[in-house]
Write a protein that binds this ligand. Structure first.
Ligand code: SF4
Length: 270
């Protein structure tokens, strides 16, 4: 695989530089010297930094303020919802304890028929405030990772613009780790988002997202490097950008994961 000058620049933004590229040889990803460490946080999903770029135009309008409260999630009912009903239902959801501390739900953003779906873990403080997943420094790194493989979270065709959602739509208080019952309560919403988007590939980022989606308690290190399945969609596992900010030496592995995802998406498109 050969890289364009633009991709090389984006890899540098990820903190990865490519070694010399001898004729006919695959380039070698080399981790750049660690950048300044961000403040440590209790869970991989949380970081605190500047706002991310504006949401893409394909994002649906905000939910009606009058959305009826949902005291429990009916999987069957959710499975038949269209986008407006799903969005309104999530906005009014009180099915688990996380509704008590949220500023707002964080539904998801991006192209509603995207080829690529990015699934993170749970909203952090800034996501809770802004109502958008992956903002701040981790959102910036995600943007760089996406650009390195020709994708974007900005307004673009479905082949390029991703759809981004979290496994949990509400922020755990104090940025604590998500609880299994909370993940289970919220999953029907994500399953419906996947069914509506019909992506060709899912990139799951972070241990809670990965373990929740795959029903597997193994660490990411043991689950990455192969193609999984989530409701009929190929799923690739990788590290959460917030984790990569704390452990920049893992960026080369994340790049391997992105390359596997690109190849898997290519195969799925045939
Ligand atoms: S986390 Fe999910 S299930 Fe829990 S209240 Fe929020 S939207 Fe409902």
């Amino acid at each position: 695989m050969r890289w364009t000058d633009r991709q090389r620049a984006m890899l540098l933004e990820m903190g990865i530089r490519l070694g010399p590229e001898p004729p006919g040889a695959e380039p070698v990803a080399v981790v750049a010297p660690p950048a300044a460490e961000p403040v440590a946080v209790p869970a991989a999903v949380r970081d605190g930094a500047a706002p991310a770029a504006q949401p893409p135009a394909a994002v649906a309008a905000p939910p009606p303020a009058t959305a009826a409260p949902v005291a429990f999630v009916s999987t069957t009912r959710v499975a038949h919802m269209d986008w407006p009903e799903l969005r309104a239902t999530v906005a009014g959801c009180t099915a688990c304890r996380l509704c008590q501390g949220r500023t707002q739900t964080v539904f998801g953003v991006g192209h509603l028929q995207a080829d690529w779906m990015i699934v993170g873990e749970a909203p952090g403080e800034q996501e809770d405030r802004q109502g958008e997943p992956f903002v701040g420094k981790s959102g910036q790194l995600l943007g760089n990772m996406l650009r390195a493989i020709g994708l974007t979270r900005e307004d673009a065709p479905a082949t390029q613009q991703v759809y981004i959602a979290n496994t949990l739509k509400c922020r755990p208080p104090g940025n604590r780790n998500p609880q299994p019952d909370e993940l289970a309560q919220c999953e029907p919403y994500l399953i419906r988002q996947v069914a509506l988007v019909q992506p060709k590939i899912i990139l799951a980022m972070g241990s809670f997202a990965v373990q929740s989606l795959l029903r597997n308690t193994e660490p990411i290190g043991r689950l990455r490097g192969r193609v999984h399945d989530y409701h009929g969609v190929p799923l690739i596992v990788t590290y959460h950008p917030a984790y990569l900010l704390r452990r920049p030496e893992e960026k080369a592995r994340a790049w391997d994961d992105l390359c596997l995802a690109v190849e898997t998406a290519r195969q799925a498109a045939k």
